[in-house]
Each structure stands twice: as C-alpha cells, then as structure tokens.
Design a protein around this ligand. Structure first.
Ligand SMILES: [Ca+2]
Ligand SMILES: [Ca+2]
Ligand SMILES: [Ca+2]
Ligand SMILES: [Ca+2]
Length: 317
C-alpha cells in the first residue's frame, strides 16, 4: 500500500497515550486522593453528557449542504436565542456501552466492571473503510472540555496506533470512515480526499479517570470531546510484527488489546499479545507457529495437536 511510504513523512507527537498520573503525584510529593467509585462517577458523567447533547447543536446544515469553501470542521453551539429551533446533537447520536474494570485505573478495592456509554456522531461519512481497533490510523483531532476549552489538537495529520490511546478515542476512531485517496500536492504535502468527520463524547472512565491527562491540566473525572477526521489507516496493522494482524490478538473480542496476555504467568513484565512476539512463551516465535502466504501475510492459525488451542497460544505445542 502507498500509505506505508506516505506515513513516514508525518511527525509523531504522541499526546494521547493512556496513562495514569498517580505515580507522578507520588514522586512530586503531592497528596494522593483515593479515586472515587467508578460506578458513581460513571452515572454523573452520563447525566452531564446527556444534558450537554440535548442542549447543544452542531453545524449540521453546513454538513448537509456544504458551502463552496466549507472546511468540514464541526462547530458546536447552544440551542438558544436565534438558534432555539436547531436540532439537538442528541437526536443524531449513536451510543456504545463499554465495560471497564476499576483495575484499569489501578483501583483494586472497588466493585466489578462498570458500564460506560460513549456517544458518537458522524457528521460526514468518509469514502474509505474504517480501521479496526488494532490498526494504525492517520487522523486529525481536536480535544476539548464540555465548556469549550481546547486542551489538545493535532496541527498536521498524525499517525496513532489505536490500542495505545485512551479507550474512548480508539473506540471512536473505529467508527470513522477514512478518506478515498491520498493526493500528492508535489510540494511535500498531501491532501486526503473525502475523509470522514465525526465527534465523540467520552466519559472519564473511557479517558483519564481521576488522572489529569498527558499535560496534567485536565480536571479529574472530566468528560472529553474529540473532533475527529479519519484520513487513512494501515489495514491489518501488526504492531509486534509477529505475522498476526493486531486486531486478531484481541482474544476475548472486547475491543481492548491490552488485556489479552496468554503467557501472563510466565512473564516478568505484562506483555499483551499484540506486543509479544512469542505469545505462549514456548521459545518458538509466534511467526513460526502460524500460516503465512509467500508475501508474509497472515493466512490462518494452526492447531497441530488438535486440542482446540492454536499453536502460537499453546505452550506445549
Ligand atoms: Ca481483549
Ligand atoms: Ca505476553
Ligand atoms: Ca503477538
Ligand atoms: Ca506453541
């Protein structure tokens, strides 16, 4: 694919890494406040998100009939005054429930997994396909709080490996169709034709939780908004280069690649399968335990001893 050559031109500024800041707080000598119950925060977050979506609209009229110079940027405003008759975003929204274990925020003494609702709105359908949760995606984004404060943005197209981002961001990107083609402008820049545009509303449990984000400036438990432009993606991205497309290393199919680790009990450091070149720790590399075609593309898993466990996940085979 052409894209492999093109992505090399983009600078990598990774600002959306999923992270917690309690270790930092500890090092800085700050008082560490015990995290609140995830279930309690999730309910509050959802009430706030729904109220926002019901009281605000976006420039849907421009997206429906784009003016000649339209830049396909989503603009949000309050439904009031001259805009009292606008259609609320809530009427166009789709939602997805994602279950989160408190332990993913380092909370060990709290309840079972907690459902979180992610709200997504597609403003423009891209002409291309959608990435999977295991792909490298090339995109533009803008992150803001519900009060409109912009806290992060990409100035140029950026390439992200989706499993390394906060959960809500990665999940939302899998809903954005990419552009149709990459147009080389001949001056070192490229344009992306007919790219997809969406906006996602993320509860804190699918973002930074009680953390303050990469810059340390976000309020704890903040709902986040990201405007997203899906430009392109690398189909069947294989993060660890073991021959298996990353999305196929999500063994339990929950959309989280970081909780699947076949050889967890044999490793010093938790290395989930999508980042592990010997998934079952049997000393035979995964790439030598699967079926590939002549070009090195994934074809199928093998089960040599017929016990229902693929060779690359089977420690005794
Ligand atoms: Ca998983
Ligand atoms: Ca592992
Ligand atoms: Ca692997
Ligand atoms: Ca094996």
């Amino acid at each position: 694919m052409k894209i492999h050559r093109i992505v090399a031109f983009f600078l990598l500024f990774v600002t959306l890494w999923s992270c917690r800041d309690d270790d930092e707080d500890f090092l800085n000598g700050a008082v560490v406040v015990p995290p609140r119950l995830l279930s309690e925060v999730a309910v509050e977050n959802d009430i706030e998100l729904q109220a926002f979506l019901k009281s605000h609209f976006y420039n849907y009229e421009e997206f429906a009939a784009p003016p000649a110079d339209f830049d396909f940027k989503i603009k949000i405003d309050t439904i009031a005054g001259d805009n009292a008759d606008k259609r609320a975003m809530f009427d166009d929204i789709t939602s997805e429930v994602i279950s989160i274990l408190p332990s993913s925020f380092g909370i060990s003494d709290q309840e079972d997994s907690v459902d979180h609702t992610l709200y997504f709105l597609e403003a423009r359908k891209g002409a291309g396909e959608k990435p999977t949760i295991g792909d490298n995606a090339i995109l533009r984004y803008e992150g803001s709080l519900l009060d409109g404060t912009l806290f992060d943005a990409s100035s140029t197209p950026i390439r992200f490996y989706l499993p390394q981002l906060i959960r809500g961001f990665g999940a939302a990107m899998t809903k954005v169709n990419s552009g149709s083609e990459i147009v080389d402008n001949g001056d070192g820049t490229v344009d992306f034709g007919e790219f997809g545009v969406g906006i996602v509303f993320i509860p804190s449990g699918l973002a930074y939780g009680n953390g303050r984000g990469p810059s340390g400036a976000l309020p704890s438990y903040a709902n986040l908004i990201f405007r997203l432009e899906g430009l392109a993606f690398e189909k069947n991205s294989d993060f660890d280069g073991d021959g298996i497309p990353s999305f196929l290393e999500d063994l339990d199919g929950d959309g989280n690649l970081n909780n699947d680790n076949t050889d967890a009990d044999l490793e010093q450091i938790f290395l989930p399968n999508h980042g592990d070149i010997d998934d079952d720790n049997d000393g035979i590399l995964t790439i030598d335990e699967i079926e590939l075609d002549a070009d090195g593309n994934f074809v199928a898993f093998k089960d040599t001893d017929g016990d229902g466990i693929s060779d690359h996940l089977d420690n005794d085979n």
